[in-house]
Design a protein around this ligand. Structure first.
Ligand code: SF4
Length: 348
């Protein structure tokens, strides 16, 4: 791999980001590829599985979200899953080639009574040799420390959009609440997964504002999910205007250039993208996807289609785990290799 040359910057101005968006499409993608290749293997995509461990009846009013208790979307509400059931799902995810298992609960914040279960889930999933990620709503310092002590690798908490557009989308928690949670996560030593949603009626300036918030953090998030709004009937966003798919690809490319070391993840909305558009997003620097299990409550493209696309593009799942000792890492890599050899990845 080439020597890293691109500097990680935390002082992006609106004008500088606008200038990236103003580049001719081919120039932008070329620049994104140059940056991408300094930090990552361009033919590897990190694969995560996301499981909703507690669905629906969320007290927050995020206008895009079918899980909000404020809207009637017909979503079946569920209680917190049993730990054993979560472990079974994690085993399947590992067998399908995922290296990270993300668990999401539709909560304002985790309640004290739920913490022992959540902590057991983290410990059990880690014992399988998977990276762990959770998204449980807001965290105070104490709960962030508890999760970090349990061994949680990543915490997901999205900024969603720019500070200026934010109160058009959510009124039950503030932008500062979100920044505070991210601060507690970072202080606890966990890695941050934070991104946003495009296509909610925000302006181009709002998209710049979101990327600046993420890139200009003292330490950039290790994972940056870029979602494309899934318009769910019953939510206030069901009729919002469609986002131009090329604008989405531009956003991926600009995110890649601004956050060279972060995994830029295709998240919700991927099922509505053609294979060709997904290929273009990989070219623009996206290098992480959710795979298999439903992406929280929005449909994820069928596993089979993902495998076919990887095969057609010559993409391999990234074999990367955090803080594992060498032996454990070798075992997992060899497990994954066996799966590949038995065509799980390419011939499913
Ligand atoms: S996005 Fe998260 S916090 Fe907002 S309503 Fe949905 S589950 Fe609740």
């Amino acid at each position: 791999m080439q020597q890293n040359q691109t500097e990680i910057r935390h002082d992006w101005t609106e004008q500088e980001v606008q200038a990236l968006f103003d580049l001719p499409f081919n120039d932008l993608l070329f620049q994104a590829q140059l940056v991408h290749r300094q930090f990552f293997n361009p033919n590897e995509v990190q694969v995560s599985t996301l499981l909703s461990i507690k669905t629906g009846a969320c007290p927050e009013d995020c206008k895009y979200c079918p899980q909000s208790g404020h809207y009637n979307t017909g979503l079946e509400k569920e209680r917190l899953m049993q730990v054993d059931a979560v472990i079974e799902k994690a085993k399947k995810a590992k067998a399908s080639g995922s290296t990270r298992f993300c668990m999401g609960a539709a909560w304002k914040h985790p309640a004290d009574k739920d913490m022992p279960y959540v902590i057991e889930m983290v410990k059990s999933v880690k014992e399988l040799g998977l990276e762990t990620c959770m998204t449980l709503g807001m965290l105070d310092e104490g709960k962030a420390d508890q999760l970090a002590d349990a061994g949680l690798d990543y915490y997901n908490h999205n900024l969603d959009t720019s500070p200026e557009f934010y109160d058009k989308i959510i009124t039950t928690r503030t932008y500062q609440d979100r920044l505070d949670t991210l601060h507690h996560v970072r202080e606890s030593g966990m890695k941050i997964c934070s991104g946003g949603i495009l296509g909610m009626g925000e302006t181009a300036t709002d998209r710049i504002g979101l990327l600046r918030q993420l890139a200009n953090m003292p330490k950039q998030p290790e994972s940056v999910p870029i979602n494309m709004l899934v318009k769910v009937a019953g939510t206030p966003m069901e009729n919002v205007e469609d986002l131009d798919h090329l604008d989405f690809v531009r956003n991926i490319a600009v995110a890649r250039i601004m956050m060279p070391q972060s995994h830029v993840r295709l998240s919700a909305g991927r099922e509505s993208m053609s294979d060709e558009m997904q290929a273009m997003t990989f070219l623009a620097g996206a290098n992480s996807i959710f795979y298999g299990e439903c992406l929280l409550t929005t449909p994820n493209p069928e596993t089979h289609r993902d495998l076919q696309l990887f095969k057609r593009l010559g993409i391999n799942p990234e074999q990367r785990i955090s803080e594992a000792d060498e032996t454990q890492e070798q075992t997992i890599i060899s497990d994954l290799q066996k799966q590949k050899d038995s065509s799980v990845f390419y011939e499913a």
